[in-house]
Structure formats: C-alpha cells, structure tokens
Design a protein around this ligand. Structure first.
Ligand code: AMP
Ligand code: ZN
Length: 446
C-alpha cells in the first residue's frame, strides 16, 4: 500500500517544482532565523534569492556534524523554544549529543514519513504493530510510534530489550509488523529457536529494520528465521530520525527517499563535487519542510549511491542503496554510535593504564561485541608482580579484577554500552610502524 500516493508517486517534474518552492522557503527561513546559516551564506557570497533552480542548491555551503557540536545544544534551531514540542538526541561524538527539536508541524510530518515506511512494508490500518525500537531520546521508538498511530495500527510500544517478553507479546497479540534493529531481529529469532517456538506460528508479516548497517545476507537470514519480509529503513537524528527513506516490500531493492521532505545528494567526500546517480559517495540531505531544525546540505558521513530508475511499486522517488560504510571512524555497536576517540578519552583518565590500546569489534552469534584491549602502565604492572595479564586466571586476581571493573564502568558511562575489557601487559597492544596506526579491528562481516 502506498500511504500518500499523491506525494510518493508524483511525476518527477511536478516533484521538482514542489522541491524548488520548498527549498527557497527553507533557505529564506534559515537565513533570517539562524545566525550560523546567515554567516555561512554571507561567507559564500550567496543569498536565498539566488536560488532560482534546484541546481542552485549546489551554490550553498555544506553543514557538518561539527557545526552541530559548535552550536550545541540548540544553536541551529530556527524557532524559539516555546514552539519546540519535542527533543531527541543522537549519541553523538565527544560526549555531547546532537540535539534535535520538533515543532508540531515537524512531528506531524515525521509521523507521515514513518507511516509511509510502515505502509511500504505492507502494514494496513487495523494491523497490530510491535515497536521494538528504543523509546526515549533515541528517535526510533517515538518516531515509529507516531507513524503507527497515524496509519491506524494498534501499536505495542514494547521498546528494545527483554526478548522473552517480546516473544510472549508476539505470540499473544499477533502483531503483523515488527520494527527494531537488524541485530536485535536476529536475537529475537534466536531466542524463538531456543524457546522451541515455530517462527511461522507467530504470524509476523514484515519487519522494518534499520538504524545500523546490515547486509543482504543478514536480510535473508532474518527473513528465513522469522518467516517474514524485511525492509531496510534509513534515517538520522540530524535530518529527522527514522523515515528519511524506506524500501518497498514489493521490490526490496533500495530505500525510497521521501523527496518531498528531504532532498538527497551524493557527493565526493573529498572534493564535495556532486556525483551522478549510480555513483557511490557521501549522502547529503537538505530538509525541505522542517521548521525547528532545518538542515541545508547536511553531510551524513554515510556512503551510498542513488538509483534514479523507476521502481515496480509505483513510487517515483529516487532510491538509496544500502549504507556501505562511513567517511569517519564511527562504530555502531548494537545501534549505539561509538567513536574511538571517546574510548581513548575515557582510558586516558585512568592512571593505571598506558595510552596503548586496541578495539576489537566482533559479532558473536547475533550481537555486536566491543572488546577494549588496553595495556596497563609499567608501574601498575610492577605493582601486581609483573604477571602476564592476558592469562585468564590472572585477570580474576583482585587488583586486576578491580581495575577491569572500573574501566568497564567508565566506558559504560562514556559510551552507554557494555564492553569487554582485556588488560594487556606493557607492549601487548600494536604500535605504529611509522605510518598510521589502525587501532580498530572490525571483524564483523559487512
Ligand atoms: P542516529 O542519528 O543516532 O539514529 O544515527 C544515524 C546513523 O545510523 C546514520 O547516519 C547511519 O550511519 C546509521 N544508520 C541508520 N539507518 C541505517 C541503515 N538502514 N543502514 C545503515 N546505517 C544506518
Ligand atoms: Zn519501490
């Protein structure tokens, strides 16, 4: 089902005219209301009135994650706070999150795009919908919640975690639609298996999965194990949250961008040059209707390509490929954004440690695991008698055990994530051999 056929299947020429009108409004809005954008426009010698065609968008400067950080918390907002009805936040980079705000109109636009996603996965009014995205500052839970209600679904706001209860609810309330991260869908699938429940007996029809990278192989695995169709949904806090784009269940080949609200570009991350459809580069989005937090040419850091070919489902929008990677070094562990620099900062503040560490990311069974391998300082090493720390039995010794616990706690505070801490003897972590040192070993097959 196409939730909004007028917008989602609009002839491209008419769509272009609508986009231009909305782009001009957005440019005027940010120029008048957001000092950051006014300065950026002025620096580039461009005025909102210079935007006469969609191509003119290319004359505008990019917005970056760093601009959010420098204007933290709400410097990019284009409305006074008394018009902001909701705040969400992304886990961010240096401890400070990225703050997003929504006016009433923003919330209703967002509900609309999330309703489109659910409909494009096959949801019909009257269906029951289990929303296992986290509720809270994270955009996933509440974003989908509103979308489900708008579509006329019976929403089960279970949030993430507590897998056995999730399964109980699926068994007893028979939702047709499930939303969560792909890695959590695998956990649910596995738990179903250990509980000796037949997946087919659950009656799930479709899952709308995203918020973290995943592969086609993973899709097949999840579809087979949960007996449903899985579609890829993409979004980010800076742009709105989930609902920037979503695949259709009929074709499952690229996520339809809701272009009446979000204008996509793909650029060469090094030169900033706009690349043609089919070429992989960094995704850039311009919001066309947002009020509280309009973004102009926001560089997502996500690497993907656009597909301009018509889709069998009848939607006329451009489609996005899967995200193939990121331009920066951000790791997404169980849906939580982690930058190696955050870990470094936390480790450096613990006097018993040396500045030599390594991060190993694995996907054991279904969940991401982050192992933080860090050397103790030579002093501490002498203090504990100079034993080889990698030895399992020694890791349990009191002083060592206490240190590992404290590191784990610090990291949990900094990252909001449980990690495995392994202490190494001095010299145990890799050193630079002259060039760059690769501290992150990502063993997940992506
Ligand atoms: P957040 O704003 O914290 O929800 O994180 C947004 C980021 O999550 C995006 O910039 C992507 O890097 C990642 N992400 C979201 N959806 C997907 C998806 N379907 N595939 C891969 N990565 C995704
Ligand atoms: Zn389609």
């Amino acid at each position: 089902m196409i939730w909004n056929p007028e917008m989602e299947s609009m002839p491209r020429e008419r769509l272009g005219a609508l986009q231009l009108k909305r782009l001009q409004q957005t440019a005027r809005r940010v120029y008048e209301r957001v000092p950051f954008y006014r300065q950026a426009f002025d620096k580039h010698g461009v005025k909102p009135a210079d935007i006469r065609t969609l191509e003119d968008l290319r004359r505008l400067p990019f917005t970056r994650k760093a601009d959010f950080r420098e204007t933290y918390p709400t410097g990019l907002f284009a409305v006074p706070m008394n018009q902001v009805l909701r705040i969400h936040a992304s886990s961010g980079t240096t401890g400070k999150p990225i703050i997003a705000g929504y006016t009433r109109a923003d919330l209703s636009m967002w509900a609309e795009t999330c309703a489109r996603c659910l409909a494009s996965a096959g949801a019909q009014p009257g269906d029951t919908f289990q929303n296992a995205y986290g509720y809270g500052l994270f955009t996933g839970g509440l974003g989908f919640h509103s979308g489900g209600e708008l579509l006329g679904l019976t929403v089960i706001p279970v949030s993430g975690g507590n897998t056995e209860r999730q399964i109980l609810l699926i068994q007893d309330l028979k939702p047709k639609i499930l939303t969560c991260t792909p890695s959590y869908a695998l956990t649910i699938a596995e738990t179903i298996r250990t509980m000796a429940i037949e997946a087919a007996s659950l009656g799930l029809k479709a899952a709308v999965l995203g918020a973290e990278p995943w592969t086609e192989e993973m899709r097949k695995e999840i579809e087979a194990k949960l007996c449903l169709k899985a579609v890829n949904i993409y979004g980010l806090t800076e742009v709105i949250g989930p609902g920037v784009s979503c695949e259709c269940v009929e074709v499952q080949n690229g996520a339809h961008v809701y272009e009446d609200h979000f204008y996509p570009e793909v650029i060469d991350p090094n030169t900033g040059e706009v690349l043609p459809p089919g070429t992989r580069g960094e995704l850039v989005f311009t919001s066309l209707t947002k009020e509280a937090l309009p973004v102009l040419r926001y560089r997502t850091g996500d690497l993907a390509s656009l597909d301009a070919s018509p889709c069998g489902c009848g939607r006329t929008s451009l489609r996005m490929s899967r995200i193939v990677g990121r331009t920066d070094d951000m790791l997404i562990i169980r849906g939580v954004n982690v930058f190696p620099s955050q870990i470094e900062t936390a480790l450096m503040r613990i006097p018993e440690l040396s500045p030599h560490y390594q991060l190993v990311v694995t996907r054991e069974k279904t969940l991401d695991e982050l192992e933080v391998r860090v050397e103790v300082s030579p002093e501490f090493f002498r203090q504990i008698g100079g034993e080889i720390l990698v030895d399992e039995t020694h890791q349990a010794d009191h002083a060592v055990h206490e240190l590992r616990r404290r590191i784990g706690e610090r990291l949990r505070g900094a990252l909001n994530l449980n990690t495995t801490v392994t202490l190494l003897s001095p010299g145990g972590a890799p050193r630079s051999e002259g060039g760059k040192l690769k501290r992150v070993v990502d063993k997940r097959k992506l």
